[in-house]
Design a protein around this ligand. Structure first.
Ligand SMILES: NC(=O)C1=CN([C@@H]2O[C@H](COP(=O)(O)OP(=O)(O)OC[C@H]3O[C@@H](n4cnc5c(N)ncnc54)[C@H](OP(=O)(O)O)[C@@H]3O)[C@@H](O)[C@H]2O)C=CC1
Ligand SMILES: N[C@@H](CC=O)C(=O)O
Length: 435
């Protein structure tokens, strides 16, 4: 096709994802033209360091370190933001939207914190703001929630939403590799955030769970509503003992809504080895969505990395262009319309894996189980193993469903007992409804 209208894009960032976006726009141009009727041109690219050696050859004239050269360019129709961070990114995108430019972003930090303001600004100026790449890289989960399940009422979203930590836990479990070594590899592969603390401490996944919960439950969920625990304290023993009892440890996001009461968390979880989530390995992500009408659905795919993430970004761009051609930009945003109320700890329930180091004495087990009974915690399974220290033993308890409030009271008591040397770890257990 020739003579098609050109759509000009301003690219903020030319790192892992930005490079993938440039590659796809160039490499898939003919298909993109067929789908949109438009030729897509990258007009300008913002970077920090203009002299940095780049993975792809780019016309030097396009590259700038002056944000205003991109943001104030009146020929640019769409800004693609893949530079990350909250500031100055927030200010740049607010400016772009105010000037009537459509925005596509992969930035979950920004969307989880300022999504509502950005979407309001987009709506006010009849602009699109799409952010599919911000959750689960190449999996079109946002589109599924917003469009695919628009007619249903979602009750639960459970999944693995961080590629870096899933890669680390998989390598630790499958190959026995140490945490630090695998983290370096994840950074080299471009999976980890610029500061990998946000991956390993669970903040990245918490932001993604906030975004998903917002869209799934139509509540104004923000990152502060998410209970967060990362993987830095997961030990080789937890992985080994978990396996002995038939579990794999996964950093699992859980968002559940019952009677308009919400719980959202991200934490290392013992997942039954027969549950499909236990088999999600490497950088892959997987998300279960449960709807009242649809029942159970599962989405699976690469959660990070250059081309998977770029696919989501460029697909958003295609949507924006199609809407430009129809003149319907900025109309798709549905603001949260249900009041948000978070569950108290007595309404949050789970099974739990508790690993204790105890004194290896007669009557220890009886005392512990007696305290469990007093706290209305019922035992599902127990495993006692020798400890590396003499006269100590490792005790692993798997509970039946119990409330977080009861569990915390029980653990507080355990801490005070002389027969308990250490509470080594506590993880929720996900058996899965289809295990
Ligand atoms: N990597 C992944 O797999 C995924 C990433 N994302 C998200 O995509 C975004 C980009 O990630 P990624 O590509 O990995 O990040 P990188 O660190 O690889 O790239 C960031 C790019 O932005 C530029 N940049 C950063 N800050 C500024 C600034 N203040 N002014 C001008 N340019 C700036 C950098 O310039 P220079 O090159 O000169 O340093 C670089 O080109 C983030 O929001 C991330 O969370 C989302 C899903 C997956
Ligand atoms: N660091 C993130 C990148 C994608 O969002 C991850 O590992 O999932």
């Amino acid at each position: 096709m020739s003579g098609e209208k050109e759509i000009k894009v301003g690219l903020l960032g030319l790192g892992t994802v930005g490079t993938g976006v440039a590659k796809l726009i160039e490499g898939h141009q003919e298909d993109l033209i067929k789908q949109t009727g438009n030729r897509i041109t990258i007009q300008k690219i913002l970077v920090q360091d203009k002299d940095k050696k780049r993975e792809i050859s780019i016309d030097k004239q396009l590259v700038t370190d002056d944000p205003w050269e991109v943001l104030k360019d009146s020929e640019i129709d769409v800004i693609i933001e893949v530079m990350g961070n909250i500031h100055p990114t927030y200010e740049y995108l607010m400016f772009a939207l105010e000037k009537g430019k459509h925005v596509v972003t992969a930035n979950k930090d920004l969307m989880a914190l300022h999504g509502a303001e950005l979407l309001a600004m987009a709506s006010e100026h009849h602009c699109d703001l799409y952010y599919e790449a911000s959750v689960a890289g190449g999996i079109p989960i946002i589109r599924a929630l917003v469009e695919g399940f628009a007619s249903d009422r979602i009750t639960k979203v459970v999944g693995i939403v961080n590629g870096t930590t899933n890669y680390i836990l998989s390598k630790m479990s499958e190959e026995g590799l140490p945490f630090d070594e695998v983290l370096v590899k994840a950074q080299e592969l471009g999976y980890a955030e610029a500061d990998p603390t946000s991956d390993v401490e669970g903040y990245d996944a918490a932001r993604k769970m906030a975004i998903l919960s917002n869209l799934a439950f139509h509540m104004d969920v923000n990152v502060h509503d998410v209970e967060v625990k990362g993987i830095t304290k997961v030990t080789e023993e937890d992985i080994r003992f978990g396996k002995q009892l038939g579990y794999e440890i996964k950093l699992l996001g859980i968002a559940k809504q019952n009677d308009n009461l919400l719980e959202v968390s991200i934490q290392p979880t013992m997942v039954n080895k027969h549950h499909p989530l236990a088999k999600v390995s490497g950088v892959y992500n997987a998300i279960y969505v449960y709807g009242e009408a649809v029942g159970e659905t599962m989405f699976y795919g690469p959660g990070a990395g250059q081309l998977p993430t770029a696919t989501a970004v460029v697909s958003d761009l295609v949507t924006v262009i199609k809407q430009m051609n129809l003149g319907v930009n900025g109309r798709g945003v549905v603001a949260p319309y249900r009041p948000k109320q978070l569950k108290s700890d007595d309404l949050i329930t789970s099974r739990y894996f508790i690993r204790l180091r105890v004194l290896d004495q007669i009557g220890v087990l009886a005392k512990i189980t007696q305290h469990m009974a007093e706290h209305m915690i019922s035992l599902q399974e127990i495993l006692q193993l020798p400890d590396t220290e003499e006269q100590k033993a490792q005790l692993i308890l798997i509970t039946h469903e119990t409330s977080k409030a009861q569990l915390n009271k029980f653990l507080a008591l355990m801490e005070k007992l002389e027969i308990i040397d250490q509470i080594s770890s506590v993880y929720p257990v996900e058996e899965g409804e289809i295990a």
